[in-house]
Ligand binder design. Structure first.
Ligand SMILES: *Cc1c(COP(=O)(O)O)cnc(C)c1O
Length: 217
């Protein structure tokens, strides 16, 4: 199962982030042994608990909502924050990264689903958001692309449309704001139930949990 998914995602030239939330370190190590190095957690506290007891060459991704007061604890520990959803949060990431003299890679999360429970910037104002970020001229963070979560639905067509919307935001932003910036290249979309559609719609990073680790409680 694992090897098949890895192969499929590799063929699509996308990165697989193994989402290990709620799973014990023993489960992480099992997947690590197969060669996986990119792991994702959605909660800062859980990531911090696992971090010291896991191999140091694991590339940790923060994929869940990040509160401003927790930024300080995770900068320097994660290779990518997928879930930036406010300018205020970006300012804090800039500030905390500057303090320890690093550059933190970030994705902007857009709200592409029809569920109010999901986080993210308003997709209709994406141009204003990118404009503001460009004016801020951050030196200690890099915007590497966009992230989004589709609606939890059986309607494959709706999921596909939402992924198309995210890919379109990426394409437009690339052209208008990041044409000369090779770091702006990621479209993080697709989970266990919809990663195939996501890959077809131009995902460069899929975040897969239950399909690799088994169902969560
Ligand atoms: C849990 C989670 C995933 C993975 O979900 P699965 O359905 O288990 O693959 C992906 N992205 C985010 C943001 C998550 O919280």
């Amino acid at each position: 199962m694992l090897q098949e998914i890895v192969q499929e995602i590799h063929t699509a030239q996308a990165t697989l982030v193994a989402v290990s939330k709620t799973k014990p370190i023993s489960a992480i190590l099992e997947v690590y042994e197969t060669g996986m190095r990119d792991f994702g957690e959605n909660k800062v506290q859980e990531l911090l608990t696992k971090y010291p007891d896991c191999p140091s060459d694991i590339r940790w991704h923060l994929i869940g909502h990040l509160q401003t007061n927790k930024v300080k604890q995770i900068v320097g520990k994660v290779v990518l924050i997928h879930s930036v959803d406010s300018l205020y949060l970006l300012e804090e990431i800039e500030k905390q990264s500057a303090k320890i003299q690093i550059v933190t890679d970030c994705l902007l999360q857009f709200h592409i689903s029809d569920e109010t429970t999901k986080f993210g910037f308003d997709k209709d104002s994406f141009q204003d958001i990118f404009k503001s970020i460009q004016q801020s001229n951050f030196k200690h963070l890099r915007i590497c692309g966009v992230m989004g979560m589709a609606t939890f639905t059986e309607d494959q067509n709706q999921i596909r449309q939402e992924f198309k919307t995210l890919r379109q935001i990426f394409e437009t932003a690339k052209k208008e704001f990041y044409a000369d910036d090779s770091h702006f290249k990621e479209v993080s979309m697709g989970m266990s139930d919809d990663y195939k559609i996501a890959l077809e719609e131009g995902s460069t990073m899929v975040r897969v949990g239950s399909l690799l680790f088994g169902k969560r409680q």
